[in-house]
Design a protein around this ligand. Structure first.
Ligand SMILES: [Zn+2]
Ligand SMILES: [Zn+2]
Length: 184
């Protein structure tokens, strides 16, 4: 997996492989990334997990005095986690398909040494969500919550129309809420 880092308009491709961990501790020392007194940093990681489309960060930081070459420092900021959703609309963005998590840059002198990026806790419900992606979604009224939704799934893919929205079925167990049969 590649972490793209742009520091003061200079692009670095950082190789990172431990993306299954809940916290990314990215050692960037081999890339010799040197900061200036005022800095703009942007980074992004594409598709680190099945349900996360993008992890990105964009912020500025500066050193009030030029640090000693052996002085350690930290820059605390936030990264934006964008989740993959079945439907991408303005509404779905409003409904929380993104969140902010902490991120910390570690410096030594003017060199960037490590980047610490927190990811949201891994919930296995996304595996359940994946099962429904191949079924396709339709517009209609959910038979459980009775709201009109754009992510209605026909749970057994048959004419009996046991249909409900993704939001409801992900909260439900492994059986159909209407007939208790397993969901195929
Ligand atoms: Zn519903
Ligand atoms: Zn059913």
């Amino acid at each position: 997996m590649t972490v793209h880092v742009v520091l003061n308009y200079e692009l670095y491709y950082i190789d990172y492989s431990k993306y299954h961990l809940p916290i990314f501790m990215i050692d960037v020392r081999p890339y010799n990334i040197v900061c200036e007194s005022k800095n703009t940093i942007m980074f992004f990681i594409e598709n680190p997990r099945t349900n996360i489309e993008l992890v990105s960060g964009f912020f500025e930081f500066y050193f009030s005095t030029t640090p000693n070459t052996n002085t350690h420092g930290q820059v605390v900021s936030k990264s934006l986690i964008t989740f993959r959703t079945s439907i991408r609309t303005i509404d779905s963005f409003d409904q929380g398909c993104y969140e902010y998590t902490p991120c910390i840059l570690f410096t030594k002198g003017l060199c960037l040494e490590e980047m610490l990026i927190y990811l949201p806790p891994q919930e296995l419900s996304f595996l359940k969500e994946l099962r429904f992606f191949c079924k396709g979604f339709e517009n209609g009224s959910c038979h459980l919550c009775c709201f009109d939704k754009k992510n209605i799934v026909n749970l057994h893919d048959n004419r009996f129309d046991h249909k409900c929205c993704m939001d409801c079925i992900l909260k439900w167990g492994d059986t159909c809420p209407f007939c208790r049969a397993s969901i195929v």
